[in-house]
Design a protein around this ligand. Structure first.
Ligand SMILES: NC(=O)c1ccc[n+]([C@@H]2O[C@H](COP(=O)([O-])OP(=O)(O)OC[C@H]3O[C@@H](n4cnc5c(N)ncnc54)[C@H](O)[C@@H]3O)[C@@H](O)[C@H]2O)c1
Length: 261
């Protein structure tokens, strides 16, 4: 039996990167997938590819920061499929900036996209999950939510907020049989990181990531499938780090340190 047979999943950011691969993997594991993205065309392409491969999917063009649109989306999905078993919040942005180089408008934008949207998703999906006797919420946070790196102030603040929110939801709704976990990817090769390639990217990985493999969107999708499945029934309120070991050590410049020793 497939891991997500008969489950209904709403996945945001389904038009690209980790969201897209997650939509495909959830569908391959038997889930019916609601593909949410602000880019209507890319959401449609993901849904079409899933259907062409024999899976079940529907594109939902929507802005995750639009409360009214998201409320309507969950209502439509619940009416169409009879339930919503999983919400995977993946869509987001990753701007640079310090406290002095970030404008208030830019700060509010990253908070809206990377933190408030998680609140909106939880707020409007939980009533359906409570009514049906349970569900799973997964939030794609990132290791910067655990510890900031330089020049990522707004992003790190938004992700730290999303992580705290994850734990609150886990605690508040555990007795409704709703599990809520965060996934914290390290550096993943997706369109979001298209500007960070070649030597600079390699130097970054050599320096900061103990495992030499390249983390791919499928590594995050596979983690999400596990957390969404009944195999993870005892896991809630956690941050699951998928970063090749970066978060496990204190001092940077990993390669230099090991070759000298
Ligand atoms: N790539 C990484 O290394 C990395 C690491 C840790 C965390 N993350 C986080 O993972 C998430 C996804 O990253 P990715 O690398 O897959 O990005 P991506 O840019 O490949 O995909 C993001 C998707 O979100 C959609 N989106 C953007 N704004 C939206 C909105 N307002 N409403 C609906 N959809 C919207 C985009 O259209 C796009 O399809 C982000 O929250 C990012 O911060 C990424």
């Amino acid at each position: 039996m497939k891991k997500l047979e008969n489950k209904v999943a709403v996945i945001t950011g389904g038009g690209s990167g980790m969201g897209k691969v997650s939509c495909e993997m959830f569908a391959a594991e038997g889930a019916t997938v609601c593909v949410v993205d602000i880019d209507a065309k890319s959401a449609e392409l993901t849904a079409e590819a899933i259907i062409a491969a024999g899976g079940k999917a529907k594109a939902y063009p929507a802005d995750i920061t639009d409360e009214t649109a998201m409320e309507a989306l969950f209502a439509d999905a619940a009416a169409k499929y009879g339930k919503i078993d999983v919400l995977f919040n993946v869509a987001g942005i990753s701007p640079m900036g310090t406290a002095t180089t970030t404008s208030l408008a830019e700060f509010r934008k990253v908070i809206a996209l990377d933190m408030e949207s998680v609140f909106i998703g939880c707020k409007y999906v939980i009533p359906y999950m409570e009514r049906q006797g349970g569900g799973v919420i997964l939030n794609n946070v990132g290791t910067y939510g655990l510890r900031p790196t330089p020049n990522k102030m707004g992003y790190a603040a938004a992700k730290a907020g999303a992580l705290s929110l994850t734990k609150s939801v886990a605690i508040d709704f555990a007795r409704s049989n709703i599990r809520c976990n965060a996934i914290c990817p390290g550096f993943v090769d997706t369109p979001l990181n298209n500007g960070f390639t070649g030597e600079a990217r390699q130097r970054f990985l050599d320096t900061y990531q103990p495992l030499t493999l390249e983390i791919q969107a499928k590594d995050i999708a596979a983690t999400a499938v596990f957390l969404a499945s009944d195999d993870a029934r005892a896991i809630t309120g956690q941050d699951i780090v998928v970063d090749g070991g970066t978060e496990a050590y204190l001092y940077f410049n990993y390669k230099k340190k090991t070759t000298e020793n």
